[in-house]
Design a protein around this ligand. Structure first.
Ligand SMILES: [Zn+2]
Length: 171
């Protein structure tokens, strides 16, 4: 048996495009989040191939599967839900690391200012620590880390999905 390289997510103009190889569904992602928070029941009509919510549709917009070929499911598979959760955790890791980098840089800058600013102007060092730390944290975490978080999350999803699909096919 040969092990193929994990599928790569497809991007068009920076936007992820779902495919049969990487069938990530933002709708399913939001639903899993709600179910885990106890705000929605794990019940509905889901694609038999990728579990994306179908509503009343006869075909899946995410992976292209038709309900006549693969029977829809009435609940989300636990293992698949864990993959979606892992993707969110990966993204959060990037955002938190980014925010901490910003805070540490602002702290380092304010220490330099404390050392070098004369007399009362050292007050600017404190302002750098408080305001600079806040804004650098927000900027690094929410702006700079955004794209790497998005791409890394989808890459993790693609890898875990291919393992999941392979295990499922061998059962
Ligand atoms: Zn599907």
């Amino acid at each position: 048996m040969t092990t193929a390289a994990p599928p790569q997510p497809t991007f068009e103009n920076g936007e992820f495009v779902p495919s049969r190889d990487v069938p990530f569904s933002p709708e399913l992602d939001a639903l899993i989040h709600e179910i885990r928070a106890g705000e929605a029941p794990n019940i509905g009509r889901f694609c038999g191939y990728c579990s994306a919510p179908l509503g009343q549709a006869a075909g899946c917009e995410v992976c292209g599967e038709s309900t006549s070929r693969t029977e829809p499911l009435d609940k989300i598979d636990r293992e698949l839900a864990q993959i979606y959760v892992a993707k969110r955790k990966r993204e959060a890791l990037f955002v938190h690391s980014g925010a901490w980098t910003g805070i540490l840089l602002a702290t380092a800058l304010s220490i330099l200012l404390i050392v070098f600013l004369p007399g009362w102007t050292k007050v600017f060092a404190i302002m750098t620590l408080v305001l600079g730390g806040y804004f650098a944290g927000v900027f690094f975490g929410n702006v700079l880390a955004q794209t790497p978080a998005y791409r890394s999350g989808l890459k993790l999803f693609a890898q875990r999905w291919s393992e999941y699909a392979a295990t499922r096919a061998s059962q």
